[in-house]
Design a protein around this ligand. Structure first.
Ligand SMILES: NC(=O)c1ccc[n+]([C@@H]2O[C@H](COP(=O)([O-])OP(=O)(O)OC[C@H]3O[C@@H](n4cnc5c(N)ncnc54)[C@H](OP(=O)(O)O)[C@@H]3O)[C@@H](O)[C@H]2O)c1
Length: 297
């Protein structure tokens, strides 16, 4: 891999610019992931990060268009608000009500969401088949909703548990009607979680429980986990959550949040460049960065 200094000297008037916008943005790993991928494929692209405050979103999107920014990632708190400023929104994004990727297609800004595809690819690329499987999803927030849309189409049955019961029920109803699949929504009580887990093949944690600084928390008692279960935790800070550690020690297969982060980034990369993403390089770049920051556990 070439050094970043050498890469910078290649920037010219033809270089295509991609970026992520959000607030806060200082800790984003996206520039590391995408610049490594652009370099690997020798693409004349560069990726930057911009802090955009809520009240400046409209101007930022108009500015991106004027400056011919080629692609954008959108993160908190703009994933929903950005939609009204775009020229076109793909159907999955519209159903979910969120956009995390924008392509500037000849001056028309088109919005997509890659979180669900990222989660599915992370599972599949780690050898987890989805067909005929029973999935238990914890959380119906932004990420939970996005991945539920894609997963509902692939698995045999999807059960969603959420602290705010109404959100789980509403999401399940939308998915049932849309895909004609077995989808249910309920409250995230310990008792229900324990019972539903007995039936599940795959458990996905899409809540923020276990995220830094609350690294000793998990919604799942270790004794409920089994070797024939696959567990995916969306959280990547810490790299290995308590749930992931418990699952590993019970012999279950574990897919980390870093996998999803990389695969959702890979999907954005492919939308912008039309090239297959160098996923291994992207993953290694993010692991190197986390190791440098001392975040690797
Ligand atoms: N790996 C990746 O690429 C990736 C991508 C996106 C997100 N994530 C991670 O996924 C997690 C969720 O992100 P998000 O964007 O969906 O956030 P969000 O929209 O704020 O949703 C948070 C979810 O966690 C639930 N929750 C929060 N505190 C809880 C508690 N004490 N007990 C039970 N449930 C609780 C919320 O339930 P209520 O609805 O009841 O509030 C909601 O379902 C975060 O840790 C985020 O870092 C990872």
């Amino acid at each position: 891999m070439r050094l970043w200094g050498q890469f910078r000297t290649k920037i010219s008037g033809r270089t295509k610019v991609c970026c992520v916008i959000g607030d806060p943005i200082e800790h984003t790993l996206s520039p590391v992931i995408h610049n490594a991928a652009f370099e690997e494929l020798n693409l004349d692209f560069v990726y930057l990060a911009f802090r955009v405050r809520r009240e400046e979103l409209r101007d930022a999107i108009a500015g991106a268009k004027s400056l011919d920014i080629h692609g954008l990632n959108v993160t908190m708190p703009h994933k929903t608000a950005v939609m009204e400023h775009l020229d076109e929104i793909d159907s999955t994004s519209r159903s979910i009500g969120a956009v995390n990727t924008i392509l500037n297609a000849g001056g028309r800004l088109v919005g997509y969401i890659t979180d669900g595809v990222g989660a599915i690819n992370a599972l599949k690329e780690n050898g987890v088949g989805l067909e005929g499987k029973k999935m238990l999803l914890l959380g119906a927030g932004g990420a939970g909703k996005a991945i539920a849309f894609n997963l509902a189409q692939e698995v045999e049955e999807l059960k969603i548990l959420n602290r705010t019961t109404q959100k789980a029920k509403e999401l399940a109803e939308v998915l049932r009607k849309k895909f004609n699949k077995k989808v249910s929504g309920n409250s995230l009580s310990s008792e229900l979680l324990k019972n539903e887990l007995e039936e599940a093949d795959i458990l996905v944690n899409a809540t923020s429980v276990g995220m830094h600084p609350d690294v000793h928390q998990s919604l799942v008692d270790p004794s409920w986990l089994r070797p024939d279960l696959c567990v995916m935790d969306l959280i990547y800070n810490p790299l290995e959550t308590k749930l992931a550690k418990d699952a590993k020690s019970m012999g279950a297969k574990v897919v980390s949040g870093i996998e999803m982060l990389v695969y959702q980034g890979a999907a954005s990369f492919e939308i912008w460049t039309n090239h297959p993403a160098p996923v291994k390089v992207m993953k290694q770049a993010v692991l190197n960065k986390l190791s440098e920051l001392g975040t690797l556990s």
